[in-house]
Design a protein around this ligand. Structure first.
Ligand code: PEP
Ligand code: MN
Length: 366
């Protein structure tokens, strides 16, 4: 199901962006001192960059950590903007933040992950923006809930905000992974499918939580056709008052964005298109085979269901399931398929199998 929003494309946001270049955003996680903001901005301005970011009010998980300088830091951001000519953006989490940011002439606002989760907060911010022509970027909520993310965009659009973008910053997870916030790329991809005209920006800093993965995740975002990148930078990352592990010096940011390979989504070359079409035809055939095999597999599952019913055996035998999934994951891994993929695949196949067996198990006795 596609969702209709009234969206102004990034090229018309007045940032001097051309159609196919990614929007590049950088700046500190938090504005800490006037010198830090100015020096970061001046050094960033020597790199490829379109928009300067800085956190003014910081939503921290636990109290007693640095919660941002607050309103006084807005002046530093504006000064940095004046000295570099760069437009600036900051996070707003309530109506007071909105008024102060607007009063100081912040060019673009963004909603943080902890705000997008809260429809009351988003609606209040949206109400404060009626009749204001300002771009707003909306980070995904901390939990992997696409509807909530879309809901926030709809609330802003309902207030007449059309310069809207989404920022993918990953999702909180209970388990330890290599990422600070697991990317779950399928969620932004589904957002692109539902709202194709919505600009989608990636925030590798909050996904990775560590410097060494930034390059890889930034390139992945480009290869998934994202429209921009937001990377945190700091003149002395190790001493940063927030998110020290994921920030890079402005020059390193420059290195990352310069090394990005920007590919196109389509080609004018007839031969290239022809070869692609041929390969895609092969994929379509294979998918048809996969579907036919799955249908056959479910047919066998139903026969098993029948047999279990006649003999009073439960659908699930945990030991058999444990043996099956372990064996399939191992077999797939040996042939180059990832463990995660095999687990997801077989969990889905097994659920469908249980559904078929349940149908047979509970059919009225004839
Ligand atoms: C940030 O951008 O510094 C920030 C707080 O991000 P998020 O809302 O993604 O946690
Ligand atoms: Mn941060």
């Amino acid at each position: 199901m596609q969702i209709k929003l009234n969206i102004t494309p990034l090229e018309d946001w007045g940032l001097g962006l051309s159609r196919k270049e990614p929007l590049l955003i950088s700046g500190p996680c938090s504005a800490e001192t006037e010198e830090q903001v100015l020096e970061t901005a001046l050094r960033l301005n020597k790199q490829k960059i379109h928009l300067l970011r800085a956190g003014i009010w910081k939503p921290r998980t636990r109290p007693n950590s640095f919660e941002g300088i607050g309103s006084p830091a807005l002046k530093w951001l504006k000064k940095a903007s004046k000295e570099t000519g760069l437009p600036v953006t900051c996070e707003v989490a309530n109506v007071k933040h909105v008024y102060e940011a607007l009063r100081m002439g912040v060019d673009i606002l963004w909603l943080g992950a902890r705000t997008t989760v809260n429809p009351f907060a988003v609606q209040e911010i949206a109400n404060a923006l009626v009749d204001v022509d300002i771009p707003v970027m909306v980070k995904n909520p901390v939990n992997p809930d696409l509807a909530l993310w879309i809901g926030a965009l709809e609330r802003l659009n309902g207030s007449g905000i059309t310069k809207l973008a989404a920022i993918h910053r990953g999702f909180s997870s209970h388990s330890q992974t290599r990422y600070r916030n697991i990317p779950l790329w399928e969620i932004p991809i589904e957002m692109m499918r539902r709202i194709p005209e919505l600009p989608m920006i990636c925030d590798p800093s909050h996904i990775c939580g560590r410097r060494d993965l930034l390059q890889e995740v930034s390139q992945k975002a480009m290869d998934l056709n994202f429209d921009g990148i937001m990377l945190e930078s700091h003149i002395n990352p190790a001493k940063a008052l927030s998110d020290a592990k994921q920030q890079v010096v402005p020059e390193k940011y420059g290195e990352i964005v310069n090394s990005l390979v920007i590919r196109k989504t389509s080609t004018d070359d007839v031969m290239v298109q022809h070869t692609l079409d041929d390969l895609r035809e092969l994929i379509d055939e294979k998918d048809q085979e996969v579907i036919s095999i799955l249908v056959e597999r479910m047919g066998i599952a139903e026969r098993i269901g029948d047999y279990k019913r006649e003999n009073g055996i439960t659908i699930l035998q945990p030991a058999r399931w444990d043996e099956l999934i372990r064996g399939r994951v191992e077999a797939g891994e040996k042939l180059g398929l990832s463990q995660q993929f095999m687990q997801d695949l077989y969990n889905a196949v097994h659920n469908e199998s249980i559904r078929h067996q349940t149908k047979v198990m509970n059919k009225a006795a004839v």
